[in-house]
Design a binder for this molecule. Structure first.
Ligand code: ZN
Length: 113
């Protein structure tokens, strides 16, 4: 399960942050999950639930925020929402586009006591 190893990574990063801070309890973490990141939010939520026991995130509130994917057209600069990687520009029908967001899996915030 892909999400389980992601959950481990998230816990590891949180543990590093706590280590850098010296001490303290992590109260909450917020994560951004792009809709084209390949991560299933429900699966990640479940994976975190089962893997945080005994870790720095055991008592933390974990929030996952989905980030709607958006692409920008290289031909007409139009920015639009995309459901998959092969969506053409709705304004000029060009496929010459690039993803501006939606691929990410990253921390938005980490709050410590
Ligand atoms: Zn266009």
């Amino acid at each position: 399960m892909h999400e389980l190893s992601l959950a481990m990574n998230i816990i590891e990063i949180a543990a590093e942050e706590q280590h850098k801070a010296g001490s303290g309890t992590i109260l909450s973490v917020e994560l951004e999950v792009g809709t084209l990141s390949g991560v299933v939010i429900d699966a990640l939520e479940f994976a975190l639930e089962v893997s945080v026991k005994g870790t720095v995130l055991e008592h933390a509130r974990i929030e996952l925020h989905p980030i709607e994917a958006e692409a920008s057209c290289n031909q007409c600069s139009h920015v639009f929402r995309v459901g998959d990687l092969f969506t053409s520009c709705p304004r000029c029908q060009s496929y010459d586009t690039r993803l501006v967001r939606g691929h990410e899996l990253r921390f938005r915030s980490l709050t410590m006591e």
